[in-house]
Design a protein around this ligand. Structure first.
Ligand code: ADP
Ligand code: MG
Length: 613
């Protein structure tokens, strides 16, 4: 169909260099040439759509804005045709002969800087149009510009230094790129292979893509549409398709931002936490797109670790399509995305907690562990995350929780610290002796039931300027209460304390009169700064046969308790019996604290005491 003799042009020097590498590359991800050509077709259609609004005289103006791909496994060809803007002869020379307009610029720049690695990264750079030469013996571009007065053109090259352009009559508007495949690349003339590639990289291109006459992209890039115009069913369908989940998502966040970087994001929290079910650790599942074209399905640094339960899509048109997985890691762009998305997601959770507390509580049950991980480890977002933490407390009902913010709002003026107790359940914490002193003074205590809680509390350390303090720690001092009627007097108490210290000897780090006890006779306080009773229990459970780690406890006795008053009498009346009772009181306190390592001695002693009753 050519009407004039072909004119030969030489590629610009940089392009020659680039082509040389492309042609000789053994790169295994050759398939990305499909992504590149589809994205060019889609760009041209997008431009055409705008032109149709502003221009009157348009060539071949009845054409659908669509992409048609055909494969021929006999002829070993791959053909992609779009009805976009097409190119004039001058545009062909400029766009397909120089580096000025090419997506491969970054790659060539890297080469120029002597980056030897760049050559190996060719597939990841995605060198734009020229990637076709990874698989092509020859590439032909049949094109007609949207401008009516321009003739059709045929651009031909085998990628070895020159290209030819000749006029060509009878062309439709747009571009038709015909690739004659290298023998070893004949897989790309197979329908199934191309379908697979398009489904992976180009599923959301907004123009119809037909492969051998069959439409293959049917799901829309919902994230680019306005929230108000999207129906629930569309979201549901999208989630199913993109996140491969048959259940409905638990939460959805759809947002866009322009500054400091353009972002359109559609994020989901699934119904269930797969890690909690004991399955493997979750991998990042928020895919990164640039204008609907997939860049990376599982980008590592797009979100902080603790957000690995989130799924969905982030699209930024500020990303070059050729951003590579390797280069992504030190890209300030990705860091920026990370910052913006994380902040937005935290704000979203805050709103959820405020506006839909019940749904948030359900979310928290399933995914709270990730928020705790973040609060403990992600210094940047620690404050926002700590605000989202929830605990039962001595003031909540069973099953209801409170935030640290609410806790602080209930604190009296004299209270300086936030108290918590770790234990396996509400019942066990309430039954223990530790709570009563706090209760008596109207001090709220948070209840922590999970193994990680203690670690989290230790790492978070403080909230709103107030220290997080374990209520069973020996350093905790509570205000004095007026001595109750009938309590041991000051002098007797001091004498008893001194005697106890002496008779219990090595078994205690200290003995003192308790200000915190109301009903219980005694309690054991952990004097070990590094290992709480709960942690000690965990260590013991993990290391069953090892020797128990040495105990350091302080014993507090309650001068108001009948048992202690009786002991004070016994001390002088029957010192031997008193010693037995003292030992027993210590063991009882250790049991309550979950710190008694061996109960056999205790049982014998108890019988001895019973004999004398
Ligand atoms: P990029 O897409 O990043 O600009 P490419 O190497 O992929 O780089 O393409 C180079 C240029 O060639 C494009 O900018 C565009 O001007 C032109 N081009 C490529 N494919 C088409 C097409 N199908 N229709 C119109 N113009 C095209
Ligand atoms: Mg391109």
């Amino acid at each position: 169909m050519s009407t004039a003799t072909p004119q030969t042009f030489e590629f610009q020097a940089e392009i020659k260099q680039l082509l040389d590498i492309v042609i000789h590359s053994l790169y295994t991800e050759k398939e990305i040439f499909v992504r590149e050509l589809v994205s060019n077709a889609s760009d041209a259609l997008e431009k055409q759509r705008h032109l149709q609004v502003t221009e009157k005289a348009i060539y071949d103006d009845k054409l659908e804005l669509e992409i048609n791909i055909t494969t021929d496994d006999k002829a070993k060809t791959f053909t992609i045709q779009d009805f976009g803007t097409g190119m004039t002869q001058a545009e062909l020379v400029e766009n397909l002969g120089t580096i000025a307009h090419s997506g491969s610029k970054a790659f060539v720049q890297a080469l120029g800087e002597g980056d030897q690695k760049a050559a190996g990264l060719i597939g990841q750079f995605g060198v734009g149009f020229y990637s076709a030469f990874m698989v092509a013996k020859t590439v032909k571009v049949y094109t007609h510009s949207w401008r009516e007065s321009e003739p059709g053109q045929l651009w031909t090259s085998d990628g070895t230094g020159n290209f030819a352009i000749e006029e060509s009559s009878g062309e439709r508007r747009g571009c038709k790129v015909v690739i004659e495949l290298k023998d070893e690349c004949s897989e790309f003339s197979q329908d199934w292979r191309i379908r697979e590639i398009i489904e992976r990289y180009s599923a959301f291109v907004s123009f119809p893509i037909n492969l051998n006459g069959k439409r293959i992209n049917t799901v829309q890039a919902l994230w680019l549409r306005g929230k108000n115009e999207i129906k629930e069913e569309e979201y549901a369908e999208f989630y199913k398709f993109q996140c491969h989940d048959s259940e409905k998502p638990r939460l959805r966040l759809h947002f866009s931002a322009d500054a400091p970087i353009s972002i359109n994001a559609l994020l989901f929290v699934p119904k269930e936490n797969a890690e909690r079910l004991g399955l493997a650790r979750l991998e990042p599942a928020v895919a990164l797109y640039c204008r609907k074209i997939l860049i990376d399905a599982r980008p590592k640094d797009l979100l902080p670790e603790w957000l690995r339960f989130v799924r969905g899509v982030v699209d930024s048109e500020d990303l070059p399509l050729n951003i590579s997985r390797e280069t992504m890691q030190d890209r300030t762009l990705v860091e920026k995305l990370n910052r913006v998305i994380t902040k937005r997601f935290l704000k979203f959770l805050e709103e959820e907690a405020k506006d839909r507390p019940e749904s948030f509580a359900e979310f928290y049950k399933e995914f709270g562990v990730f928020l705790k991980e973040g609060a403990a480890l992600d210094f940047t977002h620690k404050d926002a995350l700590t605000k989202l933490l929830r605990f039962e407390s001595s003031l909540t009902e069973k099953g209801k929780t409170t935030s640290l913010t609410d806790y602080v709002s209930r604190m009296g003026a004299e209270q300086k610290e936030i108290y918590y107790l770790v234990g396996p359940s509400r019942e066990s914490i309430e039954a223990g002796p530790y709570l009563e002193g706090f209760r008596a003074r109207n001090l709220e205590v948070l209840f922590c039931y999970e193994a990680v809680d203690e670690y989290v509390m230790n790492n978070v350390r403080e909230f709103d300027g107030k220290k997080l303090t374990a209520a069973d720690h020996a350093d905790v001092r509570l205000s004095e209460q007026p001595r109750a009627e009938g309590a041991l007097g000051e002098a007797e108490t001091q004498a008893l304390v001194a005697w106890l210290k002496e008779s219990l000897g090595e078994r205690v780090a200290g003995v003192r009169a308790s200000e915190r006890l109301v009903d219980s006779p005694a309690l054991a306080l952990n004097a070990d700064k590094l290992m709480s009773p709960h942690m000690r229990r965990l260590m013991k459970a993990m290391n069953k046969d090892g020797p128990p780690s040495p105990l350091r406890v302080e014993l507090e006795v309650n001068p108001r308790s009948a048992v202690i008053k009786r002991l004070s009498e016994l001390r002088t009346a029957a010192p031997e019996k008193a010693t037995l009772v003292a030992e027993q009181i210590l063991d009882n306190a250790l049991i309550s604290a979950g710190l008694l390592d061996d109960a056999s001695g205790m049982v014998k002693r108890l019988y001895k005491i019973l004999e004398s009753v």
